[in-house]
Design a protein around this ligand. Structure first.
Ligand SMILES: *Cc1c(COP(=O)(O)O)cnc(C)c1O
Length: 355
């Protein structure tokens, strides 16, 4: 499919201070948009970011058929934008689409749309080390119909946002035994809007108790760790790296997968298996809980400094020579071209044919 391009007359870039950008509020000039109707994707175009008219009966507003992705384009020393595992994001977007009865997108078109948009917006990637262009592809239902049924029309949009280096201070986690994020058979594996709305109250409760984020537990026994806020979770016990298996209730993080690949490549002992809070607390008691950290695109790795569970709490001392730090340096190095891309994860946006 050909992507038509209508550039804005004047860019907002010169009026934007890229050294001081609040996350999520500053958008680049253009977005990619395409429509699904009559059983096919059509009208692929890149145009100026603008508001969309919305009918009050829009299906997404009522029944939540909406999914998204989150990824980043970084720059190497020559200023070439680099995408990180874009095909894997395309595959996950399609897995989310299938779970929510939404149409899939040809992965090649998904990646090409991102390449063209990033190419057009490449001057928006801040120069500071660690900063990037955050890429937000998303899809939502557009039928005007108050019936619980899959929409017949959809919009797919990609927005890009400049982001400052994400400085992540260690976090305190509250393991909720009141609320859950997902259970097997639900939609926990899909990056779908409702999962995040459903998490807000538990997050508020965690903050009210003096913690930063929720450590989600299984919905059956409130015993096994699932993930953290919008990150996957890793425990290091006596040198062994343990992360819960993605068994249907856990988002399949691309950072999580990358960490596992790097750790295995470097000969670490890695286990994907259920891990209970009792095991974590006992390991801490025995002095064997080396590290706990979260993984996600935004911050790459975040150290955990405290976990509260029922009436207990444990504290950890994040160190600078941790596995979390090694993994973060490795991924950031691959992302800015300073560490060799031995896994073939990087796709440079070198020459893009713009029609
Ligand atoms: C996006 C997300 C993650 C992390 O996925 P990455 O691909 O590593 O960014 C983890 N958990 C949830 C709930 C998420 O939405």
């Amino acid at each position: 499919m050909e992507i038509s391009i209508e550039r804005v007359r004047s860019s907002k870039l010169s009026q934007t201070d890229l050294t001081n950008i609040p996350f999520g509020r500053v958008f680049t000039d253009h977005m990619f948009v395409m429509d699904y109707k009559d059983g096919t994707w059509q009208n692929a175009k890149i145009e100026g970011v603008r508001s969309l008219p919305i009918h009050p009966a829009n299906l997404t507003l009522h029944y939540g058929q909406s999914i998204f992705e989150g990824m980043k384009a970084s720059k190497n020393a020559d200023g070439v934008p680099l995408l990180f595992r874009p095909e894997m994001h395309a595959a996950r977007m399609n897995a989310s689409a299938e779970r929510m009865c939404m149409p899939t997108i040809d992965p090649e078109l998904f990646v090409e749309a991102i390449r063209q948009l990033v190419y057009i917006e490449k001057n928006w990637i801040p120069n500071m080390a660690g900063s990037a262009l955050y890429i937000r592809p998303f899809m939502f239902a557009t039928d005007e119909f108050l019936g619980v049924a899959p929409s017949e029309t959809y919009k797919f949009i990609i927005m890009t946002l400049p982001v400052a280096p994400y400085y992540s201070k260690p976090v305190k986690l509250f393991a909720s035994t009141q609320y859950i994020r997902a259970a097997k058979g639900g939609v926990g594996e899909a990056k779908t809007a409702g999962n995040y709305a459903a998490s807000l109250l538990a997050s508020k409760q965690a903050r009210d108790k003096g913690f930063d984020q929720v450590l989600w537990l299984d919905g059956r026994e409130f015993k096994y760790a699932q993930e953290v806020g919008t990150m996957n979770i890793f425990f290091v016990i006596d040198g062994v790296v343990i992360t819960p298996p993605t068994d249907g209730a856990i988002l399949k993080g691309i950072t999580r997968d990358s960490f596992l690949r790097i750790l295995e490549d470097r000969g670490y002992k890695v286990e994907e298996r259920p891990i209970s809070m009792d095991e974590v607390f006992a390991a801490h008691q025995d002095g064997k809980l080396n590290e706990v950290f979260g993984s996600g695109t935004a911050a790459v790795a975040v150290d955990v400094m405290q976990i509260g569970y029922r009436d207990q709490s444990i504290e950890l001392k994040p160190s600078t020579d941790s596995l979390a730090q090694m993994l973060k340096n490795e991924i950031n190095g691959i992302r800015n071209g300073q560490v060799s891309d031995k896994f073939g994860w990087i796709e440079p946006v070198l020459e893009v044919e713009i029609v």
